[in-house]
Design a protein around this ligand. Structure first.
Ligand code: AVI
Length: 319
């Protein structure tokens, strides 16, 4: 039964400000400058990403939704009984909510780096699903998957939709899968994965005609300005996105449109015209490669479903 105190909010981990500043400064000073993709998601960045998911060019969200709508009953049979649904990077919780009628979890555990961002969504869910135990967890699950003791230990299903796994380099993705496997203890994993496809389909999804993805990428510079008190002039940088076929990944960069000097209290960096800051990779997988990765992480009974065009896959695996 649902405890009287649901929903509950746990903030287990938040990075300290100095570490965040140091990480950005290190990336800017590097020979091949980069800013981690996590800095795409300040408040405006999260709204811009939500707008991206509505663009005609950005197919992953729609493909995944089609798979869930079409195969929900089959997926839930494969997944088996679910007591705790643990949603990694839950955001507004909308994707998991679509599964509630099929999986009927007794407990829903949205996990995100910031509980604050989750709070509104979870309060809304609490009013709608009065019998469900809601436990929101603020933790960086790339670092650790220690969950609070009130998260049920049996019949756990981890849910990691949207192909967010694609934003990790394959060795980090494999390490995260292993960590999930270790935490699911007889339960399972439901995970969305974007598939390899021709460049002509991939590139517009990351360089749309309205320029929403460009704004999403460029907003990183504003975010960096706020964090390290730098003076990036966003107007002098442009968004670059291309498919690196050899590595099966979309790369996003920001390119200096003139010789520029960027200054912040503890440092400075010159960028030559045309020089780039790498901001994101988005890996695309062959189904067989991803299945092998899941099996190497210790998962078994791996199955996947795709949309009509076989652009996106939703994998289910037992842990
Ligand atoms: C969140 N992640 C799966 C998105 C992707 O497709 O890699 C982020 C994104 N970057 C540009 N557009 C969307």
């Amino acid at each position: 039964a649902k405890p009287a105190t649901s929903p509950r909010f746990h903030q287990l981990h938040s990075e300290d400000d100095d570490a965040v500043r140091a990480e950005i400064e290190r990336g800017l000073r590097a020979e091949r400058p980069s800013i981690s993709p996590k800095f795409l998601y300040d408040e405006l960045g999260s709204h811009l990403f939500a707008a991206i998911t509505q663009l005609p060019e950005y197919y992953p969200t729609r493909c995944e939704r089609q798979i869930v709508e079409r195969y929900a009953a089959e997926i839930s049979r494969h997944v088996g009984p679910v007591r705790s649904l643990i949603d990694l990077g839950a955001g507004d919780c909308a994707k998991a909510e679509r599964l509630f009628p099929y999986l009927a979890p007794a407990q829903y555990v949205p996990v995100d780096i910031s509980v604050e961002y989750l709070r509104q969504a979870v309060d809304r869910l609490g009013a709608r699903y009065t019998d469900m135990d809601l436990v929101a967890v603020g933790t960086d699950f790339f670092e650790t998957l220690n969950l609070p003791p009130d998260v049920g230990e049996t019949e756990r299903l981890f849910f990691y939709p949207g192909s967010s796994i694609g934003n990790l380099a394959p060795d980090h993705a494999a390490a995260l899968l292993q960590r999930i496997r270790g935490a699911c203890d007889g339960g399972g994993l439901l995970i969305g994965v974007d598939l390899v496809k021709p460049r002509a389909l991939l590139e517009p999804a990351y360089d749309d005609a309205l320029g929403v993805t460009a704004a999403f990428n460029l907003n990183t510079l504003r975010h960096a300005n706020r964090i390290i008190d730098a003076d990036f002039d966003v107007a002098r940088w442009t968004h670059v996105a291309f498919y690196n076929e050899a590595q099966s990944r979309i790369e996003m960069h920001l390119q200096a449109e003139a010789d520029l000097t960027v200054t912040w209290p503890r440092g400075q960096r010159r960028f030559a015209r045309g020089q780039r800051i790498h901001t994101e990779n988005s890996y695309k997988y062959w189904p067989s490669t991803f299945k092998a990765m899941l099996e190497r992480a210790g998962f078994h009974h791996v199955r996947y479903w795709t949309d009509d065009r076989e652009w996106f896959a939703l994998f289910s695996a037992r842990g």
